[in-house]
Design a protein around this ligand. Structure first.
Ligand SMILES: Nc1ncnc2c1ncn2[C@@H]1O[C@H](COP(=O)(O)OP(=O)(O)OP(=O)(O)O)[C@@H](O)[C@H]1O
Ligand SMILES: O=c1ccn([C@@H]2O[C@H](COP(=O)(O)O)[C@@H](O)[C@H]2O)c(=O)[nH]1
Length: 249
């Protein structure tokens, strides 16, 4: 795989993965706010991603929409499900534009590609072009999920991850891994270091939604679940350190 030209490679630093697909929940952009995009949080996310890009790691990102769509979801109640889902996908486009803009101003080169065609605003998703951008060291932000209603951005992360031949999907979320039970509800829950896809299914653990999990399992694409609120966690995962939970075949 060609080395990213914008990367400042340090020969002593050897990442475990050369190409990753990072799934960022929309809620990660809220920071401490109730909804929307928090500028300080955006800057923090850019710095975390820059750290791994500077190590020569190629980064694709799928961004969720929960921070915006949650704000309008009252209005979506009772709506036709497909229409509500299109609103959700458009929310991810807003997030992708904000993140791409912050990255371009923060010393990275980012490109946004959307699964829904909104030509004057963002590029359409073109797999070959996305791979070329990654090889050039650009961060590619995949917007609008899969472009289809009844799916989620978790599934988009699994799909795009496989399409661009990422070695792993990194699910950055609110909790620092997969637990024996929801850690927000059960304080006695303990975290798994490693877990097979089959165990996750059998125990009905909320790792990613079932469609995403099945796609990753079938395509032998591992997932690492970790907390985006923990400083340096992304770098530690990329270095192959014991951070979060690794879900594998
Ligand atoms: N067994 C479990 N281990 C870890 N987290 C769990 C478990 N069961 C439920 N959860 C909950 O799942 C949540 C994270 O998953 P979720 O898919 O909702 O977030 P997300 O995908 O990051 O958000 P978004 O929908 O904004 O993209 C955590 O907040 C946690 O409370
Ligand atoms: O492929 C997709 C991806 C997303 N949606 C809709 O968007 C929202 C926001 O995505 P999150 O994964 O929840 O962050 C989601 O709730 C769906 O309504 C979609 O329809 N198809």
């Amino acid at each position: 795989m060609p080395v990213a030209p914008q990367a400042q490679n340090d020969a002593t630093v050897k990442p475990a993965y050369q190409r990753i697909l990072l799934k960022l929940s929309g809620e990660a952009l809220m920071g401490d706010d109730a909804f929307g995009i928090n500028r300080a949080m955006l800057a923090k996310l850019v710095a975390e991603v820059k750290e791994v890009v500077d190590m020569g790691v190629q980064v694709g990102i799928v961004i969720g929409g929960g921070n915006i769509f949650r704000g309008v979801s009252q209005g979506a109640a009772g709506m036709d499900r497909a229409n509500a889902d299109y609103m959700g996908m458009l929310a991810t486009v807003i997030n992708a534009i904000a993140l791409g803009d912050a990255m371009n101003r923060g010393g990275l080169v980012a490109r946004v590609q959307s699964a829904l065609t909104i030509e004057p605003v963002v590029e359409p998703y073109i797999r070959g072009k996305a791979i070329r951008y990654l090889e050039e060291g650009k961060v590619v932000i995949f917007a609008a999920g899969t472009g289809n209603p009844f799916f989620t951005t978790d599934t988009a992360a699994a799909l795009r991850g496989r399409e661009v031949e990422a070695q792993i999907v990194l699910k950055a979320t609110k909790v620092d891994g997969v637990y024996t039970a929801d850690p927000m509800k059960d304080k006695t829950a303990t975290r798994y270091n490693k877990l097979t896809f089959d165990e996750a299914f059998v125990k009905n653990l909320k790792v990613m939604d079932a469609t995403a999990l099945a796609l990753c399992r079938d395509q032998k694409l591992p997932i690492n679940v970790f907390s985006i609120f923990k400083a340096g966690a992304l770098k530690r995962v990329v270095m192959g350190e014991d951070e979060g939970t690794l879900v594998h075949n």
